[in-house]
Design a protein around this ligand. Structure first.
Ligand SMILES: Cc1ncc(COP(=O)(O)O)c(C=O)c1O
Length: 395
């Protein structure tokens, strides 16, 4: 859709945008501008950098279906999650337990367990019947009266299953369970309606489908009905901007999600995000989702026809899948290394998953054809087995 707007690594087919999105040329330009500002303006630059995060909120709000005051670019997923748990996790008598899923990204579980341990509560993990996906009925039956808070993934990071955010959120709220979503694998790839769905809070990153660079600032959403809550982890960057520099000893939170910022942000990193958001403003997330579904459907179809050795674990139903296609093979680790050797960049997730993410903004059907052809050749020739015993790359 917009391939020319990205720095595409030459000679590669890049299918790892669900781990680290490619660099938008606009991101590079914004960072360079900010470096020049730093060079020439030094500390005076803060006069226009001061509210840079807030200035990105209208664009970010469009990505997640929110009002601008409900979102802010700050922190990282795990840090933001801690900040939101410090605010929203209020164990009260028997209503004290936490719920997540056994398929969650581990950092979420580490964070949740640290809060459960402190409160003497349980962290209950919703089981997966097939080890890959979740059934809505199993999610709903975990939302019991003694649960204080649930954190769920919008899209499961291994299988790529997209959960029904609206109906699960409704059920949680009916049962008095505070509900948060980890939207790491959906923001920038598909539309959300966090405000209308009445989600309590959400966290996500911008380094995957939003292409804001390695370690980019994360994002968080807090529904406007919680405006005025005092953040559990207060810091001066969350202070009301109008009086922040009066340096008062008492914390007066900003109105809205800006209050959950804690400390001075990286202006260079926010600038890359600013550049990355331009493409989303231009194309709109609905068009991006339509193209993403076309590409994943195409890939699923080709794999089913030509690579029967793989088990597809991503749901075929468009409404139930995110932006990547997950293929299971007992030798997926070696196959992923062999693909990289041939200039095709997938990723691998333990123990046996090859993830291929055709990104709407820069991938094409032709690249998917080539990927399927190379996988077919590898399987036929066995020319990937020399990677036996070799550890996979970190990504
Ligand atoms: C689903 C999910 N949650 C949480 C994280 C952790 O993110 P961070 O390092 O920004 O805290 C990741 C990282 O890839 C992730 O994929």
């Amino acid at each position: 859709m917009k391939r020319g707007a990205f720095a595409y690594p030459s000679g590669q087919i890049y299918l790892d945008g669900n781990s680290l999105g490619l660099m938008p040329k606009a991101a590079r330009a914004r960072v360079l501008t900010r470096l020049e500002e730093w060079e020439h303006e030094a500390v005076s630059g803060w006069e226009h950098w001061f509210a840079l995060s807030e200035s990105l909120s209208p664009s970010i709000a469009r990505l997640v279906g929110a009002r601008p005051a409900e979102v802010i670019a700050t922190g990282s997923i795990t840090v933001n999650l801690h900040a939101l748990l410090a605010t929203f996790y209020r164990p009260d008598g028997a209503k004290r337990h936490l719920v997540a899923t056994e398929l969650d990204f581990p950092s979420d579980l580490y964070a949740l367990r640290s809060w459960a341990d402190r409160a003497g509560a349980e962290l209950r993990l919703i089981p997966s019947r097939d080890g890959r996906t979740l059934l809505e009925e199993d999610v709903l039956s975990a939302l019991k009266d003694d649960v204080a808070l649930a954190l769920l993934p919008t899209v499961l990071y291994r299988s790529g299953q997209l959960l029904p955010v609206r109906s699960i959120t409704r059920a949680a709220r009916e049962r008095g369970v505070v509900i948060g979503w980890d939207a790491a694998h959906s923001v920038g790839c598909l539309p959300h309606a966090f405000h209308e769905d009445n989600v309590d809070f959400a966290v996500w990153c911008h380094y995957k489908y939003v292409n804001a660079g390695p370690g980019a600032p994360g994002g968080l959403f807090v529904h406007e009905r919680h405006a005025g809550l005092v953040p559990g982890l207060a810091g001066w960057w969350g202070h009301d901007k109008r009086t922040q520099f009066e340096m008062r000893p008492h914390f007066h939170p900003a109105e809205g999600a800006g209050a959950y910022q804690i400390a001075t942000p990286s202006i260079l990193a926010l600038s890359a995000l600013e550049g990355a958001l331009e493409t989303f403003d231009e194309l709109g997330i609905d068009a991006i989702r339509a193209r993403s579904l076309e590409l994943t459907a195409y890939l699923i179809e080709r794999c089913a026809r030509e690579l029967p050795e793989f088990i597809l674990v991503t749901p075929r139903e468009p409404a139930q899948r995110g932006g990547h296609v997950a293929l299971v093979h007992p030798e997926a680790r070696m196959l992923s290394l062999a693909l990289r050797e041939r200039g095709i960049v997938p990723d691998f997730r333990e123990p046996d998953i090859l993830r291929l993410a055709p990104v709407a903004l820069y991938n094409s059907e032709d690249e998917l054809d080539q990927t399927v052809r190379v996988l077919r050749e590898l399987l036929d020739s066995g020319q990937y087995r020399h990677f036996a015993g070799q550890a996979s790359a970190v990504t």
